[in-house]
Design a protein around this ligand. Structure first.
Ligand SMILES: Cc1cc2nc3c(=O)[nH]c(=O)nc-3n(C[C@H](O)[C@H](O)[C@H](O)COP(=O)(O)O)c2cc1C
Length: 122
């Protein structure tokens, strides 16, 4: 157990978050990261259907338990933010809003009871 803000906030044992990768990080990878003590994030891409997201969330929870997160490309929400609604309907603990300004969406994430995080790449 490594005691950090992240481990305390999420109740995890390793301060490690799996990179969300659209088309690559689905429920199996996310579930395994969580099972190993970190937090797995499913990469939610614009082409993912709500049915696919639900199935991947189920897989992740079967493998890793209840703790689950999603990562979205924030720029992709500008024209159509329905992907965020589909993700929040699955009651994730964490939503990552990276590659764009997360500010317009943070309140919705909080209202859904999730933690909003953002990757800082530079
Ligand atoms: C194939 C691929 C797909 C990615 N898709 C997403 C995505 O959907 N959402 C996101 O926030 N980041 C996405 N990323 C970025 C990663 O989450 C991460 O920021 C990036 O890989 C840098 O981390 P690294 O230095 O550990 O590789 C993707 C990265 C890769 C390689």
């Amino acid at each position: 157990m490594l005691d950090t803000w992240l481990t305390r906030e999420l109740g995890i044992t390793v301060p490690l978050v799996g990179a969300p990768m659209g088309g690559r990080a689905g429920g199996t990878l996310a579930g395994e990261v969580t099972r190993a003590g970190g937090l797995g994030l499913i990469g939610a891409a614009r082409y993912n259907t709500p049915e696919w997201l639900e199935a991947e969330a189920r897989t992740a929870r079967e493998i890793g338990g209840g703790l689950l997160g999603f990562g979205l490309m924030t720029w992709s929400l500008a024209d159509d933010d329905s992907l965020l609604g589909a993700v929040l309907a699955l009651r994730p603990r964490v939503v990552s809003l990276s590659f764009g300004d997360p500010a317009p969406y943070v309140e919705r994430v909080h209202e859904a009871g999730a933690l909003a995080i953002s990757q800082i790449n530079t």
